[in-house]
Structures are given as C-alpha cells and as structure tokens.
Ligand binder design. Structure first.
Ligand code: C2E
Ligand code: CA
Length: 351
C-alpha cells in the first residue's frame, strides 16, 4: 500500500492488484478509523474529524493515471455532497456522468477560446522590503454567465486538447494592451505552457504581440512550469535561450513541487524562482517547509536569482519573509487576482 500526501487537504492511497470489492473494504476501514480519532484541545474539548472517500479502479473506471485520479476526485466530491463521512462506491452511471461532465467542460473551453472569451486577471507582486507593488502576474479566466472560471479549472484541459497556445496568445495580447492603457511600468509575469513555447508559430506570434504592445521586453517575465512537461528538453532550452537573448526574463514556476525543478535551474537562464505556495503557506507551522524555503533562498542568492514567495496569506508570513530576506511576495494577503490593475501604494488588507 502506498499513501502519499498530495495537498494538505487530501491523501491518496494506491492499492496494487485490488478489485472494486477489496478497495471498498479498505476504504471503509480507513473511514471508520478516521471517525474513531480525535484531538484533545487545551480546554479539554475533543476535536473530531471525518473522511470522505472516492474510489477509482483500473481499468473499470479509467485507463490512464490522470483519468483515474480525476474520477476518484469526482467520487470524493460525491461522497462529500452525499453528507460527508462516507465512501462513494462508483456505479456505471457515475462513469458516464463524470466523463460527460468532462466532455462538456472541454466544449466550453473550446468555445471560450473560439469566441475569444478568455480574460486576463492580474495579481499584484510586492517588494517585501519596500512594500511597493513591482509586478503583476497574469492569470486567465473564463466568464460564463455571471460566473468566473479559474484557470485551475480549464488550463489542463486546454493543454490536453492541444489548444493552449491559442489561449496563451489571446491572453498575452489582452493583458499587455490593458497594462499599457493603465500605465503600469513594472514587470508583467506571464504563464506559458512549455507545449506552446516549443511551437515555432507560437513563438513568432508572441514576439509580434509584444512588439505591437510597445512594452519593453525587459519587463516581461515568462513563467515556465513543469506541470505540462515536454519530452524534448533540448528544444525547450533553445527557445528559452532565444527569448533570453532578446531581452525577455524567465521564471521557474512552482519551484520545489516537481522532480525536474533543479534540472530546469541548471539548464535554463533563469531570473526568478517562484517558490511553490504550499511551502510558504505552511512555513510558520512546519519546520520542514521552512527549511525548504530557507535553502531555496540561499541557493537562489548564490546564483543571483530573485525569489518570489507564492500563497502569502497573512501578515505573519509576510513579516517572516522580510526577516528571511525573501525579495518578492504574492498571495491573497498581498492581493487577490482582479479584473483591473490599480497602481496605488500598497496597504495591507484588514482581516
Ligand atoms: P500558478 O501560476 O501557480 O498560479 C497561482 C494560482 O494560485 C492561481 O490560480 C491563483 O489564483 C492562486 N492563488 C494566488 N494567491 C493565492 C493564495 O494566497 N492562496 C491560494 N490558495 N491560492 C492562491 P489560477 O488562476 O486558478 O491558476 C492555476 C494555474 O493555471 C496557474 O498556477 C498557472 O500554472 C496556470 N495558468 C493560469 N493562467 C494561465 C495562462 O494564461 N496560460 C497558461 N499556460 N497557464 C495559466
Ligand atoms: Ca504562475
């Protein structure tokens, strides 16, 4: 049995060679073990927790690892919606329903790109020492009816469908126009999927968009993640080197979350490192997470790279980053992603 904490709010257990019946049995044991646990608080009260569990069995429910996770995740939400503290045993109808929802979402994303309904949102990035907003990260949104869909909900789908380069180009064009109209004169951080970047046509397109915008290349930072990995690192390296030579800046996104972070650091001419938000969010309570942040900080310092802490959600974390000498901070406490940028002196949010 392998169990691994993926995010602080979820655990995945992988049971090799198990059928639905066996998995359901183990899940039920886990659920009842969690129900029997409690934490004793200082005042003597007892804190109880519950577990909601979703299952996915290969190859009954999906054939790829990605779809299996997706299905199990959907089943977990079904367990929560069904009243929590339960195990959702998948039925044949669930399989049809979950994958139909995914197909509908794919169609929605395709339509949004086709009808150019992708909108840039802007999240401020603060200089920790001077408390000035020195940059914005561009994050894509789709407006459907009165709702706003976060990038989390559609970027992976767009990558999977091979249309991410259309989305990226559209968002960059809109974001730069808006930045220029608002007279923002700091950096603009832009997420690029490696898969888009290695397309000749895309790279040409982006250069043209930037040239037309009139914003100097030196103020544009491309963020590269390894979520959507490309097989051909040499090709990616060539494109990144070219961009760098032309004056653009480069950042590694979510540093510390994947296996090739260090590889990217060695190989690509990097200007900024963005530390994976989970380390920052847990830094004050977890000595291990704090140690990771400290060591990334000193590594970056030695290489002359500026670091950005993500998921800064409180004054306490911001203060601690100041003490540690971390350069830049981004997160809900600094400012949430918003439709417009307003370059005013930053004042902390009151909670
Ligand atoms: P990312 O680059 O790591 O972006 C940070 C995500 O965390 C954003 O979600 C943002 O809304 C959220 N966030 C910001 N501050 C906080 C905080 O203090 N706490 C918490 N819990 N979350 C925070 P979003 O916008 O849904 O983006 C998800 C991912 O999608 C991004 O992760 C980025 O990798 C990708 N993405 C977004 N826009 C684009 C785009 O235009 N093109 C490409 N290729 N990828 C994009
Ligand atoms: Ca990013």
């Amino acid at each position: 049995v392998g169990a691994r904490v993926l995010r602080p709010d979820g655990v995945v257990a992988i049971l090799p060679e198990a059928n639905l019946e066996a998995v359901a049995l183990v899940a039920e044991r886990v659920r009842s073990a969690i129900a029997g646990m409690h934490v004793e608080l200082a005042g003597g009260q007892r804190l109880h927790g519950t577990g909601s569990i979703g299952l996915a069995v290969f190859p009954d429910h999906a054939e790829s690892a990605k779809d299996l996770f997706l299905f199990a995740d959907n089943m977990m939400y079904k367990a929560k919606a069904g009243g929590k503290a339960r195990v959702a045993i998948p039925t044949a109808d669930d399989v049809v329903e979950v994958f139909r929802d995914i197909t509908e979402k794919s169609a929605l994303v395709l339509d949004a790109i086709e009808e150019q309904r992708i909108i840039p949102y802007f999240q401020p990035i603060l200089d920790v020492a001077t408390k000035q907003v020195v940059a914005y990260e561009v994050l894509s949104r789709i407006e459907v009816g009165g709702d706003v869909m976060r990038a989390d909900e559609f970027v992976e789908i767009a990558e999977k469908m091979g249309v991410i380069h259309h989305l990226d180009a559209l968002v960059i064009e809109r974001a730069l126009t808006q930045m220029r109209e608002m007279g923002h004169d700091g950096y603009v951080f832009i997420n690029l999927s490696p898969r888009a970047l290695v397309l000749n046509e895309f790279a040409r397109n982006v250069r043209q968009i930037v040239a037309d915008s009139g914003i100097p290349r030196e103020r544009i930072v491309f963020e590269i993640t390894e979520r959507d990995t490309v097989k051909n690192l040499a090709l990616l390296e060539r494109f990144l080197n070219e961009l760098k030579l032309e004056g653009f800046k480069l950042a590694i996104d979510d540093f510390g979350s994947g296996f090739s972070s260090f590889h990217y650091l060695r190989r690509f001419p990097i200007d900024f490192l963005k530390i994976e938000g989970d380390f920052i969010a847990n830094m004050l309570t977890s000595p291990k997470d704090r140690a990771v942040v400290t060591s990334i900080k000193s590594l970056a310092q030695e290489m002359g790279i500026t670091i950005v802490a993500e998921y800064v959600e409180s004054q306490e974390v911001l203060d601690e980053l100041h003490v540690m000498g971390v350069h830049l901070a981004q997160g809900y406490y600094v400012g949430k992603p918003a439709r417009h940028v307003i370059d005013v002196d930053w004042t902390p949010l009151r909670s």
